[in-house]
Ligand binder design. Structure first.
Ligand code: GLU
Length: 488
């Protein structure tokens, strides 16, 4: 059974890189009929931010990739927060101590600091010199009896075995020759990342670990831990970094890395998921507009590239436009969009609404269908460019006169045209009729006429097409606005 996990530390908001790691795990689980688990790695309590854990889970739900097992959902192998699993790490540490694979270290912070300084002076990478490895059981017992503070370190053995990463291929880091023995249990009884991660992946029966590239070098160390426990390790797939289009770190872009921000700014989850997977990884081809179902169907872990993925956030609006058009066109998703627009109109225009008919479902739905493909975010519909859809503009007569001295004549002709046109107005039909009008009566140029009508209907010099405006507003309202503009 495929079981994968996303294991963030709850130290802040979920950022795009984290969302992408979670998404690949979700896709992999879906693809193989497996389970997707959220585990919170909160053993470094000093870095835990209140509310961050809920924020992360909220955002996974918002994105449409909720975990099957999690701190909130629960599940068969919980608890899903490391800070609630301390007994397990304690037990595991005892096991390693019993086997001689780990040992107590009594080195003081001062000694470790001196070691570090000495190494830096010699221009070497600081590493622990493994001194306490050589303490005899009596020495250890004495120090414990004296109440000396200690940590537990894992004895790094030579002979790391190579492993085949599903993305990076055969890999091996001879950790023992470059690192000192790592701390696995701190003096306060909390485990460090390496121990907790391995113990949990084992007890949670994780089959595949899909995580950020930065952990690739730690994997050999983890495999040594698995070997010491005599546990079968999971398979590993390390995911290349997600960077800005110019190769800089995502975190350098303030305010543009947190999923919550994108949600607040009105981006659709589908657009965000599409954008972060569209930059070179995990799919046979890159194309815009993939839905989550399509991402699942087309995902192939073997197609994840080793090079970093470059994300061009400038394109996010375009991704959103495509997904929004798709959701407007889909009868299953449209009602939620209608409701959202109704709420925004009420919120933004509330008091100013003279005709509350604009809040009706049929009206909003028609607006959405007509604007489909033209707007990139739903909230564009309450921007000043679209205000005419909800409230009547005030258009001084002089403005119309300034566009054309024949404003009144044109207005009358268009009123007539609207009277005579078919019962159900369509953009196509109206476009045809309007196009013929100047030629028939030779009043003015077509473009001037359209400018004039746009102004009368919306108070705008630029904006949606005139015929579309007329259809959105409906015959009666369009005529009323033209009449009002002429007589004002
Ligand atoms: N807590 C680690 C992180 O936030 C998890 C790494 C892993 O998935 O093993 O990146």
């Amino acid at each position: 059974m495929v079981r994968v996990r996303f294991a963030p530390s709850p130290t802040g908001f979920l950022h795009l890189g984290g969302l992408r790691t979670a998404l690949y795990n979700f896709l992999f689980a879906q693809k193989h009929g497996g389970r997707f688990i959220l585990r919170l790695e909160d053993t470094d309590q000093s870095r835990v931010v209140p509310g961050a854990a809920d924020g992360i889970e909220d955002m996974l739900e918002w994105a449409g990739i909720p975990p099957d097992e999690s701190p909130r959902q629960g599940g068969p192998v919980g608890p899903y927060r490391q800070s609630q699993r301390l007994d397990l790490y304690q037990e595991a540490t005892e096991e390693l101590l019993g086997k001689g694979a780990a040992y107590r270290c009594f080195c003081t912070p001062q000694r470790l600091e001196l070691l570090k300084k000495a190494a830096l002076r010699e221009r070497q990478t600081p590493r622990y010199d493994n001194r306490c490895r050589h303490l005899s059981p009596q020495q250890v017992a004495e120090k414990v009896a004296q109440g000396a503070d200690s940590v537990v370190r894992f004895r790094l053995e030579d002979g790391s075995e190579p492993f085949c990463d599903l993305v990076y291929g055969w890999t091996k880091h001879e950790v023992a020759s470059v690192e000192g023995d790592p701390v696995i249990l701190k003096s306060d009884g909390f485990p460090t990342y390496h121990l907790a991660n391995v113990v949990d992946d084992h007890h949670m029966r994780i089959s595949h670990v899909l995580r950020g590239w930065e952990w690739l070098v730690s994997t050999s160390k983890h495999l040594l831990l698995y070997r010491a426990f005599a546990w079968d390790p999971p398979r590993f797939a390390h995911l290349p970094l997600l960077l800005n289009a110019d190769g800089s770190k995502l975190s350098k872009r303030q305010g543009h890395v947190f999923v919550e921000q994108f949600a607040q700014d009105g981006y659709l989850p589908a657009a965000l998921l599409d954008a972060i997977t569209n930059c070179g990884s995990g799919f046979a081809e890159n194309r815009m507009g993939r839905t989550l179902e399509e991402l699942v169907a087309e995902f192939d872990v073997g197609k994840i590239e080793k090079h970093s993925a470059l994300l061009d956030l400038e394109q996010l609006s375009e991704f959103n436009r495509i997904h929004l058009a798709r959701q407007i066109g889909d009868e299953r998703s449209r009602p939620a969009l209608v409701a959202e627009v109704q709420e925004s109109v009420e919120r933004v225009y509330g008091e100013q609404l003279t005709d509350r008919g604009v809040l009706e479902k049929a009206y909003v739905e028609q607006v959405l269908l007509l604007r489909k493909g033209h707007i990139s975010r739903l909230q564009d519909l309450v921007s000043p460019t679209h205000a005419f859809l909800w409230i009547r503009p005030t258009v001084p007569h002089e403005e119309l006169q300034a566009i054309s001295p024949e404003a009144d004549d044109i207005g009358r002709l268009v009123l007539e045209l609207l009277d005579q046109s078919v019962a159900t107005l369509t953009v196509e039909q109206l476009n045809g009729d309007l196009r013929q009008l100047p030629a028939r009566v030779r009043v003015t140029q077509y473009s001037v006429m359209m400018k004039l009508l746009r102004m009368a209907l919306s108070g705008l010099q630029q904006g949606p097409g005139v015929a579309e405006m007329m259809v959105s507003l409906g015959r009666g309202e369009a005529q009323a606005r033209i009449r009002r503009a002429l007589s004002s």
